[in-house]
Design a protein around this ligand. Sequence first.
Ligand code: PMP
Length: 407
Amino acid sequence: MNAEVLRNEFPMLVAGDKEAKPLAFLDSTATTQKPASVIDAMDDFYREHYSSVKRGVYRLSARTTEAFEKTRKDVAKFINAKSEDEIVFTRGTTESINLVAWSYGRKFFEAGDEILISGLEHHANIVSWQLVAEMKGAKIKVIPVRDDGDLDLSKLPELLTPRTKMVAVAHVSNSVGTVNPIAEIIATTRKLAPQAKVLIDAAQSSSHIKIDVQKLDCDFLAFSGHKMYGPTGIGVLYGEYDVLDSMPPWHGGGEMIKNVTFEKTTYADVPARFEAGTPAIAEVIGLGKAIEWLNNVGLDNIRKHEEQITQYALKQLAEIPQVKVLGNPKERGALISITLDGIAVGDAAMILDEENVAVRSGHHCAQPVMDRFGVDATLRLSFGVYTLERDIDRFVAGIKRVVRLFA
Ligand code: PMP
């Protein structure tokens, strides 16, 4: 894999490279740039093939339905689901988690039940559970985080109880960068709390690390199209078929029914049961292209490249005494969070922006992580398939300027 060559497939980055101060885009954890093939597929759909899905006998609509359903098959294959019926299209990771909370949780959680999450979660994997826990009288428990940013799994035996109904954990933390040992967490859950279901938040791993849901043995997997080189507004919920089939609908509307009368409505089989209304058709087609693109590049190649870039960045940052890296996890995803001695990270991000270096400063929708490490905010640099050493060099030069300005 040649990242320099691949970068030419991203119109935003090609344009960015031509600016007086070239764009160093280091915010791929928030969202990735899009390759031309994804943009073109959506453009082509709107210009040449546009129609709704499932609703027409006319050929145009039949072809659109076929393209739409092909993506469902491609997603199933991408994560090695047993069947495309286990793939529900949502608006993103947030909606996927909310779907499980409001459908599975509303039916199966009872007062006194426990939902186990980790101390490294994004707000999407905290608040969604809090809302349903409050309604049902269930309790949230948290796997603690060690100083190095790894989860303290020695606490699992006491945290997993006969009342645990759901274990919901991120594959990769979006704030520290920790790659959580989800296979181990799932195996321990199966042993100590076999009644519990497991949801993996794969928002930060789906375009970085190969996932096999059958091998992993999770019940649910949630991820977002826009973080894997695809469009916004489309996400995926994988659910093991029997688990999905046990769940009631959560949104009512068209396409999720078998038969409607004013007295009684019967619901469609999964996954249609969870897809009320006209779906994000162009976005599904774009997601299909993104998966094709990812398959062509190869997730293993991407992971290798991003590991090199991450190590390169860590080495450069270690040479700046004012920089503190948040955590030192055993395995790190494609991101690094830092703080700067005596300098507000928001100020640093503004100065970096003057250099056309795009990074995120803030709590990254992970306030409990900030609390755990005793900081208000961090500066986060994050990488994708197109990130080059020269982007890191620009960031490091920018940070050195920040340090000089504030010294
Ligand atoms: N979980 C994690 C770990 C994330 O990083 C994000 C996005 N920052 C989400 C959930 C939410 O994803 P989305 O906003 O695409 O729904």
